[in-house]
Design a protein around this ligand. Structure first.
Ligand code: F6P
Length: 547
């Protein structure tokens, strides 16, 4: 297809209708939209999976949502969703089923891949995880010198790191405070050194988390960790008591020197960024215990069920996805901020960056066509209220339209109720301020001089979603993650792109492998990169006395 030819998506009547509708309402202010419809807040508030979504502060009317829902219908979202839950091989580029939803299926569910029910395997692994976590948490599992485990270090990157770290931080008030958790992902040795500098090796357990067990960063850190442990404890026999592996690749785990008895498996139908509720969540289970982990899974399941059964106009993941498409493709928004008003969700935006950007940062659709619409918004964020003293200025008065997902909890996690009132007041105030702003008249009515007033005007009309739950708990966290997983799925279905591969990260890996050899050997091989890369490699070689 030539690049000038429109894709079926953008040439569809519904897309065209959305474009025309956008032209007619883009000048409308949220002040007007709220004034015109006293029922607006109630009309655009839905509940599901234990979460409330108030999406009334978006630049939409009922017609917008009807058109977007029609688009979802025409793009076959419901049928694709059912195919995913059923275990069809919807990851067509890798010819795999996509069954992270099976990870939280009840014990008696039946979900088949290639004619085999995978649910008994899921629960067998969960049982093994629970057994292992129970022994570590009770102190029954002893290290090589007979001491119980006090420190857990997860070695993994991408989906084998972001979920575990995010979940640990989110749920640490539910965690066993006798255990210390560290997460090492980067191949920068400073990460490992800092994470272990104050740890007693005799009390330290390494969880090597890698779906493939071939990832350069993780394998390198695992080698470093093994050398550190053996150096400290004086025997290679110590490895068996201090290393467990989480992987789909039993052969590579054995080759590394970890007995498969100390390996917890998962399956190729679990994508890395969809794996925090698989055995990759071992560190999470060690922290919050098997019961806490079961609650986390129940939260995922709550949202799965909601996604499967709620009509589009009441379906939280569908609505979030439709709004993302609306801003990305019709308002031209480049990015979206996720701002949790919960310190413990500090790593949630980073977690979502992989989930969303690795899934839908694609420019070729499943028909192998170059898309002619924007996909995959840039996700970023920090916890409130910190962001308010940093980048919120741009959100309020900058030239860009950045839709926001606010996340808040009615109950505090700490006993400090007064501070929670302040936190929540700020949350509600920010959404209000972004939406309604402050007019020139309002600024002048405050007595601000006419010369100063323009600087203080807040034009408002900046959209946001408000996601609210009673409290941040394992169950709520599960629902929240599942909400975004399914929102990604719907976005991808509408855009017609495959969200379950990540070929884009491969090139860098291949190039790095070649350069590693060049950095370590000054004479050979000969440098054959572009002039810039050659110069950089040469600079490094010179610095290290290789040339
Ligand atoms: O960055 C690419 C990627 O393949 C991610 O999708 C994945 O989560 C990460 O690397 C880690 O992979 P693994 O779990 O196989 O070590």
């Amino acid at each position: 297809m030539s690049r000038s030819e429109a894709t079926p998506l953008t040439s569809s009547a519904t897309w065209q209708a959305l474009a025309a509708h956008h032209a007619s309402i883009k000048g409308k202010h949220l002040r007007e939209l709220f004034a015109d419809d006293p029922q607006r807040a109630a009309r655009f508030t839905v509940e599901g999976g234990g979460l409330v979504l108030d999406y009334s502060k978006n630049r939409i009317t009922p017609e917008t949502m009807n058109l977007l829902a029609r688009l979802a219908e025409e793009r076959g979202v419901a049928a694709q969703r059912d195919a995913m839950f059923r275990g069809d091989k919807i990851n067509v580029t890798e010819k795999r089923a996509v069954l992270h939803t099976a990870l939280r299926a009840p014990r008696d569910a039946v979900i088949e891949v290639d004619g085999k029910n995978v649910v008994p395997d899921v629960h067998a692994v969960l049982d093994r995880m629970a057994d292992f976590a129970g022994r570590v948490r009770s102190g029954a599992w002893k290290g090589y010198t007979g001491k119980p485990i006090r420190n857990v270090v997860n070695l993994g990157i991408g989906g084998s790191y972001l979920g575990p770290e995010m979940a640990y931080l989110a749920l640490r008030s539910f965690s066993d405070r006798n255990l210390r958790f560290r997460f090492v992902s980067n191949v920068d040795g400073a990460a490992f050194t800092e994470a272990t500098r104050d740890l007693d090796a005799a009390e330290t357990l390494f969880v090597v988390s890698s779906k493939t067990f071939t990832t350069l960063e993780t394998m390198s850190n695992a080698d470093v960790a093994r050398a550190w442990l053996v150096g400290k404890l004086g025997s290679a026999d110590a490895v068996a008591r201090h290393f467990v592996a989480v992987s789909t690749n039993a052969k590579a785990v054995t080759e590394f020197g970890i007995d498969t008895a100390n390996m917890l498996e998962f399956w190729d139908w679990v994508g890395g960024r969809y794996s925090m509720d698989s055995a990759i969540g071992l560190s999470t289970m060690l922290a919050i215990g098997p019961e806490g982990f079961a609650e986390l899974l129940a939260g995922f399941r709550d949202m799965d069920e909601h996604f499967r059964s709620a009509p589009a106009d009441k379906n939280l993941p569908v609505l979030l996805a439709l709004l993302t498409v609306w801003y990305a493709d019709f308002f031209g928004s480049e990015s979206q901020a996720v701002l949790p008003y919960a310190q413990n969700l500090a790593r949630f935006p980073a977690y979502l960056q992989q989930l969303l950007m690795e899934s839908i940062g694609k420019s070729v659709d499943l028909e192998r066509r170059r898309v002619d619409y924007a996909t995959g918004t840039i996700i970023w964020g920090e916890p409130g209220t910190d962001g308010q003293h940093s980048f919120y200025q741009l959100l309020h008065q900058g030239t860009r339209l950045v839709p926001v997902d606010f996340i808040g909890f009615l109950a505090p996690l700490s006993p400090l109720k007064e501070t929670h009132d302040l936190l929540m007041a700020n949350l509600f105030a920010q959404a209000e301020g972004l939406a309604f702003g402050k007019t020139l008249e309002e600024v002048q009515a405050e007595g601000v001089a006419a010369t100063d007033a323009p600087f203080r005007v807040m034009e408002g009309n900046r959209p946001s979603n408000m996601i609210i739950a009673d409290r941040l708990s394992p169950r709520t966290l599960g629902a929240l993650v599942s909400l975004y997983e399914h929102s990604v799925f719907v976005q991808a279905a509408i855009w017609g792109i495959g969200p379950f591969d990540q070929w884009g990260v491969e090139l860098g890996k291949v190039l790095a492998k070649k350069i590693i050899a060049e950095l370590r050997d000054g004479a050979e091989p000969k440098l054959a990169h572009d002039a810039s890369t050659n110069a950089l490699v040469t600079r490094y070689r010179k610095f290290n006395g290789l040339v």
